[in-house]
Design a protein around this ligand. Structure first.
Ligand SMILES: [Zn+2]
Length: 137
C-alpha cells in the first residue's frame, strides 16, 4: 500500500471524488484507508449509562485505497508514488517532482531523526498527603 497515515490524499472516484483529506487510519490487510471528512456516516449511538444521552454521531468509514491518490506536499498534485532507496531504506517519492514523501527521510534522514524526540523526564508530583488527625475514628 502506498498510502500511509497522515498522508494528504485526493479521492478520485465515488461520491467524494475531487475532495482531499488527511489519512487518519489505514488497514493494509484489507486495502482500506479512512480519510478525514470523507465517507462520513451517521450512526445512532444509544445511551447505555445513566448520564449518557442518545445521539447521532458522524464517523468516517473506510474506503478502498484504490479510490485515492497521494497528494504531494511539495508540488501539491495527486501523484503516483515511486520508490527510491535513501540511506539503505526504501522510501516513497513523488512521481512528478521527486520529493521524498516519508517525513522521517524528508530532510535526508538520520540527522533529523536523532533530534526528534528526547524522552521527557517524568517528574511525578506526589500529592502531599494530608495527615490524618489522630482522632479520625
Ligand atoms: Zn511532487
Amino acid at each position: 500500500m502506498n498510502v500511509k497515515l497522515n498522508d494528504n490524499v485526493l479521492v478520485i472516484t465515488g461520491k467524494y471524488a475531487g475532495k482531499q483529506g488527511k489519512v487518519i487510519a489505514t488497514s493494509p490487510k484489507s486495502g482500506k484507508v479512512t480519510v478525514e471528512g470523507i465517507n462520513v456516516q451517521k450512526k445512532a449511538q444509544k445511551a447505555r449509562k445513566a448520564n449518557e444521552v442518545s445521539k447521532i454521531v458522524e464517523k468516517e468509514g473506510a474506503i478502498d485505497v484504490s479510490n485515492v491518490m497521494v497528494v504531494c506536499p511539495k508540488c501539491d498534485k495527486a501523484i503516483r508514488v515511486k520508490h527510491e532507496v535513501v540511506d539503505g531504506k526504501k522510501v516513497r517519492v513523488c512521481g512528478k517532482c521527486g520529493a521524498v514523501l516519508d517525513k522521517a527521510y524528508a530532510g535526508k534522514g538520520k540527522a533529523v531523526e536523532a533530534k526528534a524526540e528526547a524522552p521527557k523526564k517524568r517528574t511525578r508530583k506526589r500529592a502531599a498527603k494530608a495527615e490524618k488527625p489522630a482522632d479520625a475514628e
